[in-house]
Design a protein around this ligand. Sequence first.
Ligand code: ZN
Length: 292
Amino acid sequence: MKDYLIRGIDRLGRLRVFAATTTNLVEHARVTHNTSPTATAALGRALTAGVIMGSMMKNEKDILTLKISGDGPIGTILVVSDNKGNVKGVVDHPSADVPSRSDGKLDVGRLVGRNGVVASIMDLGLREPYVGQSSLVSGEIAEDIANLYLVSEQQPSAIALGVLIDKDISCKAAGGYFIQLLPGIDDQDIEKIEERIKASLPISTMIEQGLTPEDIIMELLGDFDIEILNKMDLNYNCNCSRDKIRKVLISLGREEIEDIIEEDGKAEVVCHFCNTKYQFNKEDLAKILVDI
Ligand code: ZN
């Protein structure tokens, strides 16, 4: 089944919901970065959150960067997405791993760290990017992002993100949902949602069992009157290009490029998001000097 996201709204204005399956794109990230099982779970949760958050932006050229910087062994997790379902991500230490928790679950909180910062940086084509930032709560990512929305946008939400790792360490199932409470909601409705979440299976189990984003919304919010607004395919997609990498080299400045020509006579630049290697020989670098 293809990864996709759906967005829905309660007809009585009580809530907004986003639900996504991301199994394929998380597996793509795992293969690209050769992540350990716990790192796959951490990056997979962040990719799922990032692609959902990206879908909330209005314009095609808007770019969202989600940055999770904890004090755990994985280092910083960086995810970049747009509003068309494209997402990519990278972590500082993909092979870092930690022992599982006593209940057998992967200890994402420990790998990410419980002290640190989560930030969302939205480049909306304005002069300054829009930045929201908050402290990590648990390093488990879903809670951290729910807190980020509460602190930076006063937006209360229920967020679940899950990645299930198979015996061969591939990604077996991944996905998540954001339920955002709107001003029209009352305490009784909130209680209903909390009860449904408590009674339902973990999100990664639901996806493993074959539930679609539509099924997941029905499962959690069947008591509400949800209208599905749109559906979007999701992909791990890096938009790097030789031209963009060339611009990065230009931004290094004349002296730096002259040094590279003198010392190595060539440059190899690797895109950290997709591992594509870009080679620039002496001639290419000389042309870059002309453009500086
Ligand atoms: Zn790339």
